[in-house]
Design a protein around this ligand. Structure first.
Ligand code: GLN
Length: 284
């Protein structure tokens, strides 16, 4: 023990945790417990970690060793440059979902004051990011899980985003509203996919991950119902699994969408597919 009173120093605590859960997670959890950044952990390495902090840190390291995701232990995850609160009621934001934000923002030239709908908002990342990045937009977010909506509403309030939230199972409670852009990161994992029971994913809400035997049930339902909620020419853009792009495109075409296309995430995987509601031709 480098510090007095039988306490570990900061750098000893970090070394101990690194051996248990790896360097990155150890650093993130110690930053969380101390409230310091990574540079401060190094600069203050010789200080003793106080007993209350050591107790908290050891408890978090033990939970991480049991597999709990770091984002649930710290209660936050970064998305598109902002920190969002997350709880086990919501899926942990994934970096590939930023592609949906980029694609939506790519429509800035086409719409001045778009009406945007985020279906299955979870922690609210898509709706809130869009509302903040595109202040002229009017953003509505729905989720069927009330405990997820509480998380999303808290995030909107903390980040100062103006979003209206509706409890709805996809479009069920959407009334007669129409939108220029409908975005969704729905559940798209096959229900018997082994990765649902593995690693961090097993701690996440299954309802936000799994959807039918091929993972296509929610995607198919959204595609079938979306045209009634889209303005003419409006876009539906959907995140999906690494091997689902062709299936999603063909459902979009079957539902009458035009300009159907898939886009790749930073890993080079076709991750989002979308299309536009056909503009009705005027009668001759
Ligand atoms: N990309 C996530 C995963 O594979 C799934 C997210 C989702 O179903 N929307 O764990």
């Amino acid at each position: 023990m480098g510090a007095q009173n039988g306490l570990r120093t900061v750098s000893e605590s970090l070394a101990w945790a690194r051996a248990a859960i790896g360097a990155v997670d150890a650093r993130v959890l110690l930053c969380h417990v101390t409230g310091w950044n990574a540079a401060a952990l190094i600069a203050r390495g010789d200080r003793a970690l106080s007993a209350p902090l050591a107790v908290r840190f050891e408890a978090l390291v033990a939970r991480r060793q049991q597999g709990e995701p770091v984002a649930y232990l710290t209660g936050e995850r970064e998305f598109y440059g902002r920190l969002f609160r997350v709880t086990p009621a919501v899926l942990i934001p994934r970096p590939e979902t930023e592609l949906l934000v980029e694609l939506a923002l790519g429509q800035r030239g086409a719409y001045r004051q778009p009406r945007v709908l985020d279906l299955g908002t979870g922690s609210g990342i898509l709706a809130i990011t869009l509302a903040l990045e595109w202040p002229e937009s009017t953003v509505c977010a729905v989720d069927c899980a009330r405990d997820a909506l509480w998380v999303a509403m808290a995030n909107a309030a903390r980040l100062g985003a103006s979003v209206s939230f509706i409890e709805s199972d996809w479009f069920a409670n959407m009334g007669a509203d129409r939108f220029d852009l409908i975005l969704a990161n729905p559940p798209y994992v096959a229900q018997n996919d082994a990765h649902l029971q593995a690693g961090d994913v097993r701690f996440e809400p299954q309802g936000a991950l799994a959807s039918g035997p091929q993972g296509l049930d929610a995607l198919g339902q959204i595609i079938a119902d979306a045209p009634a909620f889209l303005e003419e020419g409006g876009w539906l853009m959907l995140e999906h699994g690494y091997d689902q792009a062709a299936a999603v495109r063909s459902r979009l075409v079957d539902a009458g969408f035009v300009d159907v296309e898939s886009w790749k995430d930073l890993a080079g995987t076709e991750r989002v597919s979308g299309g536009r509601r056909l503009r009705r031709e005027p009668l001759p």
